[in-house]
Ligand binder design. Structure first.
Ligand SMILES: Cc1ncc(COP(=O)(O)O)c(C=O)c1O
Length: 442
């Protein structure tokens, strides 16, 4: 089944792009250092759950553009809505009429918050949540879950990672961390009456479920301590539930942030929240101090909003959440059977939920291991699966795609087994292992 053999144009692209674009990509997690050597250098086009690279190699896509492509590449109803909007003009000197329609539809769909502000990037809306919380509470610091790896590329968050170069040192002290599912770590942060925490931000869920009523207890504690409770739904929104994972678990957020899969890969993100907090960014309270919330030239550009409206309509029309869960459940079960067949239960674990799950790769000693992980990515890619460790089942992952994924995984597991038996990837891995995105040294 090893079908990807021609990489010539990919190699040329990768050799050239670093001369023009720092990092060779516009998202670090798409970078060369995140993939094995046989990964396609660049993608030319996509259709459904399939993509084609520069050398016209075809791949089944597993991560779907950092999980932003929630229905499928080039999905016609969304693409058509975007084309229609583009021909009507994309940016005007007064609000576009679609801004009201999109706001009403989004709020009625996600059932979270009374008001919404749109933007082009997730980082923008999460940082806006921080600003609102600071203005609302009069406090300065932010608390984030340390197990959740990304909230914003802005300084207040990146200063908490090893990549703190270029950030003034005093910024670091503005952000505190707690542990997801560790209620006492949250209590400890808020114990002091002078705690100075304006808001607490986490994803409702990552790959391990909330335990012991964690989300509800933290929401109640935040309310009691006057802290703004922010649920970051960038990844979980439109996956666990169209209303986000906080609604899936029945917990209320003061503010919530949305992006990635709400517009089938188009650039549309949202901040939703309680009217009394959101209205701080308004201009109706004459005489009050003005808070400069989100104000960007392209924030409400019509094609992003048109894509979002069409995406919501498609999700509702086809009940895509239920079908994604069903497809994911079947896929996860079959992959688990493959792992068991190869006796790899100690080395390969599928973590997460049917709507989004990852493969944790360990070495023969049972430790997380970048070389072993890279070997699995390499073998899947060699078999026409663009795999980065994550499975995001969408409407476009139909039976043929699922069967191909399982077959590629089966063959890749046979190679992985050899590496486990040998105790090393040395004879099997072509080149260097992948590296963590957040690291001190290049
Ligand atoms: C949980 C979470 N929040 C926020 C962001 C930032 O979104 P964006 O990349 O659109 O700025 C991301 C991006 O990966 C994310 O995963």
């Amino acid at each position: 089944m090893n079908k990807i053999i021609n990489y010539e144009l990919s190699r040329r692209f990768s050799a050239e792009i670093h001369d023009y674009v720092p990092g060779g990509a516009h998202t670090y997690s798409k970078g060369d250092d995140q993939f094995p050597l046989n990964a396609p250098g660049a993608i030319v086009r996509g259709k459904g759950a399939r993509v084609w690279d520069l050398d016209d190699n075809e791949f089944i896509d597993c991560s779907m553009g950092l999980t932003s492509v929630c229905i499928g590449h080039g999905y016609e109803p969304v693409a058509q809505a975007v084309c229609d909007a583009a021909f009507q003009g994309t940016n005007f000197q007064r609000p576009a009429a679609i801004e009201l329609e999109a706001a009403k539809l989004f709020l009625e769909t996600v059932e979270s918050g009374d008001m919404v502000k749109f933007a082009k990037n997730g980082s923008t809306v999460v940082t806006a949540a921080v600003k609102l919380a600071r203005a609302f509470t009069g406090r300065n610091r932010v608390a984030v879950a340390k197990e959740h790896n990304f909230f914003s590329f802005d300084d207040w968050f990146i200063s908490t990672t090893p990549c703190d170069l270029g950030i003034p040192t005093h910024v670091r002290s503005m952000t505190a961390t707690f542990s997801y599912n560790n209620y006492s770590s949250v209590e400890a942060l808020l114990a002091d009456n002078d705690h100075d925490i304006a808001c607490l931000i986490m994803e409702p869920v990552k790959f391990d479920p909330p335990v012991d009523n964690f989300l509800h207890k933290v929401a109640a504690l935040c309310k009691d301590r006057g802290v703004v409770f922010v649920m970051d739904e960038m990844v979980s929104g439109f996956k666990w539930d169209i209303r986000g994972a906080h609604n899936f678990y029945g917990v209320k957020a003061d503010l919530a942030t949305w992006g990635k899969g709400i517009a089938n890969g188009f650039s549309a993100c949202a901040l939703t929240g309680r009217a009394d907090i959101m209205e701080l960014g308004g201009i109706r309270r004459e005489g009050d101090d003005k808070l400069f919330l989100i104000s960007t030239t392209h924030g409400a550009e019509t094609i992003g909003l048109a894509a979002m409206v069409a995406t919501i309509q498609a999700f509702k029309q086809h009940d895509m959440i239920a079908s994604n869960w069903g497809r994911g459940e079947a896929l996860k079960l079959r992959l688990e059977q493959v792992v068991a067949k190869h006796g790899l239960g100690k080395s390969l674990q599928l973590l997460g939920y049917p709507c989004l799950f990852i493969l944790a790769c360990r070495n023969a000693a049972g430790e997380a291991d970048d070389a072993f992980r890279t070997l699995m990515l390499q073998e899947m890619i060699a078999r026409g699966v663009l795999f980065q460790g994550m499975f995001y089942p969408t409407w476009s992952h139909q039976q043929a795609e699922i069967d191909h994924l399982v077959m590629a995984f089966d063959e890749s597991c046979a190679i992985y087994r050899k590496a486990i038996d040998a105790g090393t990837t040395n004879q099997l891995l072509m080149g260097r292992p992948v590296k963590p995105v957040f690291r001190k040294k290049i």
